[in-house]
Design a protein around this ligand. Structure first.
Ligand code: ATP
Ligand code: MG
Length: 257
């Protein structure tokens, strides 16, 4: 497995799921073998990949509780050309049920070992909180990809997240790194966005992706069709931005070798 990335930010609605789905599709379009794990009981990444969350016999919930092998739960997204370990509301119960289970923080990591070598990228779409589900993602991942909107409170939230990453690194997963910060729903004409952007550049330097994701209606529309924006309108600014992000990630990975 080349890279396992947790796509995370405890702040809601910043574009985690949009990034998970569209980055998965963009990496798949460049011939990468991709697995997307939906770790949010909202099941938005599942639905956005064209998989009906209401009709699933096996989901990530069963995988975390050891009731199913990850291979039994995964399904192919025909619209995105990647595999998905789906989620639905049942996953909300896992948080409570996991508490009494041994090695509760590393259930996902252990499950992923069964498919070692089958994918080039594993993307984990996290819920908007720092709960046990997110901790499972942070233990399984090599790195975190942080989508964020360039708003006033974004920086404050970011320092909480960075602290959490440090804590997980100390206690649970020493290899965990910050892969990158991604500016989402970006409006270059907005002065505040420019200021926050400059601060991010100053604090995080190379960790800030050069690619920015603009606000684009196709990205917002695509989930209702169960397709990534690439499948809906390849020429759209949103689809092109996520293709550029995939390119930037692959270039970075190649430069690191
Ligand atoms: P949650 O914290 O609830 O899981 P999230 O961080 O996964 O949310 P998304 O669901 O990806 O965020 O995005 C929130 C909303 O913003 C959605 O309605 C989505 O369609 C829309 N959206 C995300 N990115 C863009 C964009 N670049 N342009 C336009 N709309 C966007
Ligand atoms: Mg989401």
């Amino acid at each position: 497995m080349k890279k396992i990335l947790a796509i995370t930010n405890q702040k809601g609605g910043v574009g985690k799921t949009t990034t998970s789905v569209n980055l998965a599709a963009s990496l798949a379009a460049t011939q990468q073998r991709v697995l997307l794990i939906d770790l949010d009981p909202q099941g938005n990444a599942t639905m956005g990949s064209g998989i009906d969350k209401r009709t699933l016999a096996r989901t990530v919930y069963h995988v975390l509780l050891g009731e199913a092998d990850i291979r039994e739960a995964r399904v192919n997204s025909a619209s995105g050309h990647y595999d998905v370990v789906p989620a639905n509301r049942e996953l909300a119960g896992a948080e409570i049920e996991l508490v009494d289970i041994e090695h509760r923080e590393t259930r996902l990591k252990t499950a992923l070992a069964n498919i070692e070598g089958e994918y080039d990228y594993v993307l984990i779409d996290c819920p908007p909180s720092l709960n046990l589900l997110t901790v499972n993602a942070l233990c399984a991942a090599q790195a975190v990809l942080i989508p964020m909107q360039c708003e006033y409170y974004a920086l404050e939230g970011l320092s909480d997240l960075v602290q959490t990453v440090k804590k997980v690194r100390t206690h649970l997963n020493p290899q965990l790194e910050i892969e990158g910060l991604l500016r989402t729903m970006y409006d270059p004409r907005n002065t505040l966005a420019q200021q926050v952007s400059a601060q991010l550049q100053q604090h995080f330097g190379d960790k800030l992706y050069r690619t920015v994701i603009p606000r684009n209606v196709r990205l917002a529309e695509a989930p209702s069709h169960g397709v990534p924006a690439l499948g809906l309108d390849k020429a759209s600014k949103g689809a092109q931005a996520y293709l550029a992000l995939a390119g930037e990630m692959l270039n970075r990975a190649a430069a690191a070798i």
